[in-house]
Design a protein around this ligand. Structure first.
Ligand SMILES: NC(=O)c1ccc[n+]([C@@H]2O[C@H](COP(=O)([O-])OP(=O)(O)OC[C@H]3O[C@@H](n4cnc5c(N)ncnc54)[C@H](OP(=O)(O)O)[C@@H]3O)[C@@H](O)[C@H]2O)c1
Length: 263
C-alpha cells in the first residue's frame, strides 16, 4: 500500500520503519525544516514529503501528532484527497502535553479529530505504548502476540487497517464504530496494558461501569508516574497501568493461574 504519515515521533516514526519493512511504500512529514525531515526520513528508510504531498497519491494517511497540533493542521488539507483514502488517527489526549481541552468532556477524542480533519477516521495504533510498538511485535500466529484495537465507522476501512496492524506485528481486534472508541482511550483497561487478542476483547467490554471514567483514571495514572522517584521500566509502567483495574485481564488471569497452581 502507499502510506503517508504525518509525524515521525515515537509512534509515527516507528510505524514508518515497520510498515516500510513490511513492503509498503511509505512517505513521511513532520514539523521540522526540510533538511531535518530529510535526515529523519533517511534514518527511517522512507521517503519524505511536504504536508500537502504526504496526503497525496496514497491509499492511507496516518496522522500521528500531539492532539493539540491536530487543530493547527490546514482545514483544507484533505479537500483534494479522494474519499476512498483511509485516514488513521493514533492520538491520545494528555492535558499535561496538550493543555486542558474541555471539548473532550462531551466528545470522544477521535470524533473531534474527525471533525478537525473534515474526514472520517479510523482510530488505531493508539492503545500501545511506543516501547511496545517498537519492541513487542511478533510474527502472526506466535503465542502471546500483543493485540491492538481498531475503531471506525467503515467496516471495510477497519479491515484494511487490520492488515497494517498485523504487518506491524500485532493482532488486530475490531472494536466496531468510532462511537465505541472510548473503550481504548487513555485510562481504560485495554489502554497500553499489552494484552493478547482474547484479553483485549475482555478488556474492551464495560464490565465495571467504566464508561466516562477514562479521563480521571488517566490523570490518576499520571499522578502515580509523576510521584515516582526513579524512571520506571517498561514492565513497571505496564504494572501500574494494569493495576488501575482489578479486572484487567492480564492481572486477573495471572491471579487465577496462581490460584489454580496453588490448589
Ligand atoms: N508515545 C506513545 O507511547 C504513544 C502511544 C500511543 C499513541 N500515542 C499518540 O500518538 C501521537 C503521536 O505521539 P508520539 O509519541 O509519536 O509523539 P512525538 O514523539 O512527540 O512526535 C510527534 C511528531 O509530530 C510531529 N508534529 C507535531 N506537530 C506537527 C504538525 N503541525 N505538522 C506535522 N508534524 C507535526 C513532530 O514533528 P517534529 O519531529 O518535527 O517535531 C513529531 O515528529 C500522539 O497523539 C500520542 O498521544 C503516543
Amino acid at each position: 500500500m502507499k502510506i503517508g504519515i504525518i509525524g515521525t515521533g515515537a509512534i509515527g516514526g516507528t510505524l514508518a520503519k515497520k510498515l516500510a519493512a513490511a513492503g509498503h511504500d511509505v512517505k513521511v512529514t513532520n514539523a521540522s525544516a526540510e533538511h531535518e525531515l530529510a535526515n529523519t526520513a533517511a534514518r527511517l528508510g522512507v521517503a519524505h514529503a511536504s504536508l500537502r504531498q504526504v496526503v497525496s497519491g496514497v491509499d492511507v494517511v496516518i496522522v500521528s501528532i500531539p492532539t493539540n497540533a491536530i487543530a493547527e493542521l490546514p482545514k483544507d488539507l484533505f479537500s483534494g484527497v479522494p474519499d476512498n483514502v483511509i485516514v488513521v488517527d493514533t492520538s491520545n489526549h494528555y492535558p499535561t502535553r496538550d493543555g486542558e481541552m474541555n471539548v473532550f468532556n462531551e466528545k470522544l477524542e477521535s470524533v473531534w479529530v474527525s471533525e478537525q480533519l473534515g474526514r472520517p477516521v479510523i482510530k488505531a495504533f493508539n492503545n500501545l505504548l511506543a516501547h511496545s510498538l517498537e519492541h513487542s511485535g511478533k510474527a502472526k500466529g506466535e503465542p502471546e502476540r500483543v493485540a491492538m484495537a481498531i475503531s471506525g465507522d467503515d467496516e471495510k476501512a477497519r479491515r484494511v487497517i487490520s492488515t497494517l496492524v498485523d504487518d506491524a506485528g500485532f493482532d488486530p481486534v475490531d472494536n466496531g464504530s468510532l462511537s465505541e472508541s472510548w473503550r481504548h482511550q487513555p485510562g481504560m483497561p485495554g489502554y497500553c496494558t499489552e494484552l493478547n487478542a482474547s484479553e483485549l476483547k475482555q478488556a474492551l467490554v464495560d464490565k465495571d461501569g467504566i464508561k466516562g471514567k477514562g479521563a480521571s483514571l488517566r490523570d490518576k495514572s499520571m499522578e502515580i508516574f509523576t510521584g515516582l522517584t526513579a524512571t520506571p521500566t517498561h514492565e513497571e509502567i505496564l504494572t501500574i497501568l494494569r493495576s488501575l483495574f482489578p479486572t484487567n485481564p492480564k492481572q486477573h488471569n495471572a491471579i487465577l493461574e496462581k490460584a489454580d497452581s496453588a490448589s
